[in-house]
Design a protein around this ligand. Structure first.
Ligand SMILES: [Zn+2]
Length: 52
């Protein structure tokens, strides 16, 4: 069986809106205002945990 769950990654030069860390890859492409709101993996995880 083939696994087609390939995760797309976008490369760029962003900054985490929470901790200011540099972000070079994201699973999505931030556009417009979302560029200012991008979060690194850690901050994103924390946000998700806070929601759950
Ligand atoms: Zn961060």
């Amino acid at each position: 069986m083939e696994n087609n769950n390939e995760i797309k990654r976008f490369h760029g030069d962003w900054k985490c809106s929470q901790c200011g860390r540099e972000i070079t890859t994201l699973p999505f492409e931030p556009k417009g205002r979302s560029i200012e709101r991008v979060k690194c993996v850690e901050c994103y995880r924390k946000m998700k945990e806070a929601e759950a």
